[in-house]
Design a protein around this ligand. Structure first.
Ligand SMILES: [Zn+2]
Length: 604
């Protein structure tokens, strides 16, 4: 995502103040097995819902009054060992009813999962801020507990290893985050999901961790006149929804989207609003293995609010060209289509798999967000398809998008334009207040704090410097190898290091340690002295950065301005003090270290 643009209208769903974090409630279902009814939290006057059998799914809860359910704070990392490593979700099927008033939703989430060990078990899911109305299993109502952000139930029976297990969870309420229900920038009702880092469980029950990837389908029953976009392919609709299916509401339209490639929950989204859909051509032809089209291309579309279509069409116009560049550089496009969507994301852009969401204000105000578009499209390969297994490795997502997004301009406008963009990243990191922390930061108290100049700008400079150390050929070979080896998988920084070491043919631990696992950057004091008698210049480089930061080892280029022209040499500079005596054809008028700006450093 890009974090630089925040909605100027404020986010009504910002996290509650610390201290409000836990208002713990226990919703213990009354055991109703054998009574033919279902416990609802609406009091005794509520009529019981019709019974169902295992073949037909249980109904979605009617959208009546809302239960008062306190959410947990947004962005809190899960406790270690929260997730049972033996359990793996394979599919989420979320059926969602949006009330015409746009103030509440009702949903049935069907979760299919497997376990690596046989026997009875407790299934624990993340879910907060909305009420759980029922949990069912093959038509049977289960007891459950729902405290804070944890929904738990005992799975019935004694399943075998890798049996596919299925549970349905009926929920309703007004999500306080994750699915943002509000008026859009034009005062029209809109609902857009915005899940990073772990805000999916504010609107559907999930194992809300990037390491548990699954396929997902969304069936959305939305008021007529609003369009629905989501990950994957539209497989049904829009068609009139039967009130029985739509939580008892009349006049809704049903849309069903299926995403058949496993993705992490933070990328699973729907968007619902009055939007114009713009056909913006085809891309990745012959290099989109999961495209449903016979010609093997993906469809590129833009989705914008009616008053903003002209500008949206313009800022999204080169999306197909960006996709084709990244296909050439890295490998096949990993998803079924690409939709660029104006939305209420709290970020400048959010790279949701195949349905990228952009700040509605940025587009409505006519801002040029083409840099954001390239950044989010680059994420489809890095971050989405190759996904960090845990948040401390976020730079594998944001650093890559912050490098290969600007790289599009190297491709279309040349290296100088690209360098300008990368040097803006460098300067932003150097001026930031996170230089005392490492890029791979295991100690963030709130995951949102990781959206910083380490993950983005320093991450992009790490790639730039790796390109300098390895040269273009080995660098791009390594990045390509890393993508193709790990597409569809979770990774940590070590996986990238291994791929780059293979491309380089030499160990790179020194590089990864100093730049990613330790804080800071080098500050070089450069001195030189011309010896006219010997025809030599003595160069002295002293590293004067903070004592707590590493001493850096890097190849550095020097440019000597001479009477007769320019002379350049590259030397490996390391240690607190480094000196060399170099023969030159004449006295230099100036010595410039790192003239092309490959290094993340300050020079004095
Ligand atoms: Zn990003």
């Amino acid at each position: 995502m890009t974090s630089s643009v925040r909605s100027s209208r404020g986010n009504p769903f910002s996290p509650p103040a610390p201290g409000m974090r836990q208002l713990t409630r226990v919703f213990l279902m009354v055991a109703l097995l054998g009574t033919g009814g279902c416990a609802y939290l609406l009091g005794p006057s509520e009529p019981p819902p019709p019974p169902w059998d295992a073949a037909s799914p249980p109904p979605i809860t009617e959208l009546v009054e809302l239960a008062d359910v306190e959410p947990v704070e947004v962005g809190i990392p899960p406790a270690p060992n929260r997730y049972d490593p033996d359990t793996n979700v394979i599919h989420y099927d979320v059926e969602l009813v949006i009330a015409p008033e746009n103030d509440r939703v009702s949903a049935r989430t069907t979760i299919r999962y497997t376990r690596e060990v046989r026997g009875p078990h407790t299934m624990a899911l993340d879910f907060t801020g909305m009420s759980v109305e029922a949990v069912t299993w093959g038509g049977d109502v289960l007891e459950f507990t729902h405290e804070g952000d944890r929904l738990e139930f005992e799975a019935p029976g004694s399943p075998g290893v890798f049996d596919t297990l299925q549970v349905e969870i009926m929920t309703r309420g007004a999500p306080t985050d994750g699915l943002i229900l509000r008026e859009n920038v034009h005062g029209e009702p809109s609902a857009f999901a915005d899940n990073w880092p772990n805000r999916a469980h504010f609107w559907f029950p999930a194992r809300d961790h990037p390491s548990d990837q699954a396929t997902v389908s969304f069936t959305v029953h939305a008021p007529e006149g609003r369009k629905v976009v989501a990950n994957g392919v539209l497989v049904e609709g829009p068609s009139p929804a039967s009130p029985e299916r739509a939580g008892g509401l009349e006049g809704l339209m049903s849309w069903r989207w299926e995403n058949r490639v496993p993705i992490p929950t933070y990328l699973m989204v729907v968007g619902v609003a009055d939007m114009v859909v713009m056909d913006q051509g085809l891309a990745a032809c012959g290099h989109a293995p999961v495209s449903p089209r016979e010609d093997g291309c993906i469809e590129v579309t833009g989705w914008a609010f009616p008053p903003d279509t002209a500008h949206a069409r313009q800022v999204f116009a080169r999306s197909g060209e960006m996709v084709d560049l990244y296909v050439d550089m890295f490998g096949p496009y990993p998803y079924e289509k690409l939709a660029n969507v104006q939305s209420s994301t709290r970020f400048g852009g959010m790279e949701n798999a195949s349905a990228i969401f952009y700040s509605e204000d940025a587009i409505a105000s006519g801002r040029d967000i083409e840099g954001t578009v390239a950044h989010e499209i680059a994420h489809q390969w890095f971050g989405n398809s190759v996904t960090p297994a845990d948040w401390p490795h976020l730079w594998l997502s944001e650093g890559f998008a912050s490098y290969f997004g600007p790289y599009f301009w190297e491709h279309v406008e040349g290296q100088l334009v690209f360098r300008e963009r990368i040097h803006a990243n460098r300067d932003r990191y150097l001026d930031s207040d996170v230089t005392h922390r490492p890029v791979v930061d295991e100690h963030a108290e709130n995951l949102l704090d990781l959206l910083n100049a380490n993950s983005y700008q320093k991450g992009s400079m790490v790639l730039h410097m790796l390109r300098w150390v390895l040269g273009d050929r080995a660098f791009f070979q390594g990045v390509r190898r890393y993508y193709q080896r790990h597409a569809g998988e979770n990774v940590v920084t070590q996986d990238f290091q291994v791929a780059m070491e293979e491309a380089h043919g030499e160990p790179l631990d020194w590089f990864f340690q100093q730049w990613l696992h330790r804080p800071g950057y080098p500050e070089y004091e450069v001195e030189w002295d011309w010896d006219a008698g010997g025809g030599t210049v003595e160069l002295k480089i002293t590293q004067v950065q903070d004592e707590g930061w590493p001493l850096f080892r890097m190849p550095m280029e020097f440019e000597f301005l001479l009477d007769g022209g320019v002379h350049r040499e590259i030397h490996l500079v390391d240690g607190r003090e480094w000196t060399r005596t170099l023969a030159l054809p004449g006295e230099p008028t100036q010595v410039r270290p790192d003239p092309d700006g490959w290094l993340l450093a300050r020079f004095r």
